[in-house]
Design a protein around this ligand. Structure first.
Ligand SMILES: [Zn+2]
Length: 315
């Protein structure tokens, strides 16, 4: 089976950052802030964040800040969105540079996205999704600004998206999906409202996501995919049911999705690698305490030492 190719994955992440002119980079351009967060968090979990030029990264992140709205864009010149804003704040947290933010402006941008029913829109265009509730709550918590929104209403909206199977959908009545469950459980966890989750019922739905090959899928009848190693596993950790799945088989599945020659991790064995699945594979292994990796916080999706620095650092 073999081990995690730490060095090759570090090289892979760095090479993607340098390949900005390629077709792939062009297609993914609007996602660059998210991609930077996935890549940099992976490097930190692999204990190699110093492989990038910190000042260069931070000045690029700040060049994506939209002064008028207070939100961050995916890349220079695009529109701000709550997801890019969370990624930007997470990147600054990784480097311990939250001090350069205008916290008041950033948190006001997010607070303005909250709707009357407690839900959140992703941007001024108004699409509503529990993913945006997570982005808003996680980001405001990192900034110590949760008091800028109505947390009780935000929690109530998420609870209104809970299904009979214990899972959560993107809006009320939406089908349960592992990615959405992570967002809802993560937001409830950060808001101190996990008592709204039916742990046994949800834990059962989540552990049924493990397929014969050891990997996890996102919904019944779907193939396993490495990214669910994060969405499903982090949710199981938060509700204290992670012992309900076979961790050894899952770790072997993730390791079998590595490109052992050029680095990177793919969604399933022998497919093309990308930064998204490399991050979720490494993050999943980190949740299972794979040797040599930093441990990751299941709710904030940041290394535990970074989260501790945010909440316990002396002023
Ligand atoms: Zn995937």
């Amino acid at each position: 089976m073999g081990d995690l190719e730490v060095h090759k994955h570090v090289q892979y992440i760095i090479s993607v950052e340098k390949k900005k002119e390629s077709f792939e980079a062009l297609v993914m351009e609007h996602l660059r802030m998210n991609g930077a967060y996935w890549g940099l968090t992976t490097l930190d979990l692999l204990q190699n964040i110093t492989a990038v030029d910190q000042e260069e990264v931070i000045s690029w992140v700040m060049s994506c800040w939209d002064q008028d709205s207070g939100g961050f864009t995916g890349t220079v010149g695009h529109d701000p969105h709550v997801h890019y804003t969370l990624s930007a704040v997470q990147i600054l947290a990784l480097f311990d540079r939250l001090d350069i933010l205008d916290k008041d402006k950033v948190s006001s941008y997010i607070a303005r996205l909250q709707n009357e029913d407690g839900s959140f829109s992703g941007d001024i265009w108004g699409e509503i999704d529990t993913r945006f509730s997570y982005c808003a709550i996680c980001c405001l918590s990192i900034l110590h600004c949760l008091d800028k929104i109505n947390v009780e209403k935000a929690v109530n909206y998420i609870v209104s998206c809970k299904n009979l199977d214990g899972g959560f959908g993107c809006t009320a009545g939406g089908e349960s999906h592992a990615g959405q469950i992570f967002c809802c459980v993560g937001a409830l966890s950060i808001a101190g409202a996990l008592h709204h989750v039916d742990r046994d019922l949800l834990g059962w739905w989540l552990c049924e996501r493990q397929c014969k090959d050891g990997g996890l899928n996102g919904r019944p009848e779907k193939l396993a995919d490495v990214c669910y190693s994060w969405w499903v596993l982090s949710s199981l950790v938060m509700i204290d049911r992670v012992h309900w799945i076979d961790k050894t088989k899952l770790a072997m599945y993730i390791l079998s999705c590595q490109d052992r020659e050029n680095g990177g991790i793919s969604d399933r064995p022998d497919n093309a690698v990308d930064v998204f699945h490399t991050y979720f594979g490494v993050a999943g292994l980190s949740l299972m305490e794979y040797p040599g990796l930093k441990s990751i916080d299941p709710a904030f999706a940041l290394p535990v030492d970074v989260v501790n620095r945010i909440f316990f650092k002396k002023p």
